[in-house]
Write a protein that binds this ligand. Sequence first.
Ligand code: HEC
Ligand code: HEC
Ligand code: HEC
Ligand code: HEC
Length: 133
Amino acid sequence: MNRFAARLFGLILFAFLVSAVAVQPANAQQDQATHIHHRLLPAGATCATCHKAIFDQWKASPHAANGVECTVCHGETTATDFAGKPGLGTCDTCHTDQVAQLKSDPFMKGKTCVSCHQAHIFTEHKKAAPEGK
Ligand code: HEC
Ligand code: HEC
Ligand code: HEC
Ligand code: HEC
């Protein structure tokens, strides 16, 4: 390659990279990153295959006991509205009172459900230990 051709090539490559970054908003890139993993799901793989620890936590929670599956909160992994971090609207479907309190109580300002409850364990805070324990 002579120097002119090399410069031209460099310029084209630069222009291509700039436009590729400019047209893709950051959140679209984030969604895509997740979707790439889920688009390549091996046949027969379930959520538990790759998210073992989370699956075990969920399995032991009242959500599993009541049929609140992974996809109830996250949506289908192949869907465009798949939620990596389900928001308040998801909890609102079943826990209307707690969501209403979160929105109105000044003590709750700036908090989300997962400020106090872990996302997949969801056990209540321990009550005070009984006398003598
Ligand atoms: C073949 C492996 C595989 C399977 C099966 C799989 N996932 Fe994932 N998942 C990944 C990888 C890899 C990531 C990205 C890294 C990470 O966050 O652990 C991910 C990320 C996620 C995230 C986080 C997304 C984010 O934006 O933070 C959620 C939620 C999720 N998966 C849910 C599920 C659910 C629900 C199922 C079952 C329907 C499932 N996954 C099945 C591999 C898998
Ligand atoms: C009750 C609703 C709910 C259910 C059911 C649920 N999740 Fe989640 N998940 C959440 C929320 C909320 C977050 C975001 C947590 C945060 O912001 O800290 C999350 C985050 C995640 C993440 C990314 C963050 C992390 O902790 O690594 C993965 C992966 C994930 N969930 C997988 C699963 C899988 C697999 C299942 C089923 C076994 C499942 N979830 C069931 C609500 C749920
Ligand atoms: C499809 C309905 C449904 C959705 C959506 C849902 N939950 Fe639940 N949740 C339940 C059921 C059913 C129970 C068990 C009965 C109860 O305690 O009300 C429960 C129990 C809980 C508990 C109590 C756990 C315990 O140890 O008693 C917490 C905390 C909780 N959910 C938080 C959340 C949060 C946070 C979200 C949103 C990310 C959410 N839930 C979404 C149905 C749901
Ligand atoms: C400031 C911390 C905090 C936040 C934020 C919070 N919770 Fe709780 N939640 C608790 C505590 C503490 C308990 C245990 C209450 C008890 O034992 O009486 C609880 C109990 C629960 C229970 C069990 C039933 C009940 O009412 O006792 C559910 C369901 C629940 N929370 C859902 C939610 C949801 C959904 C959100 C988000 C809208 C949320 N919580 C936000 C601290 C919090």
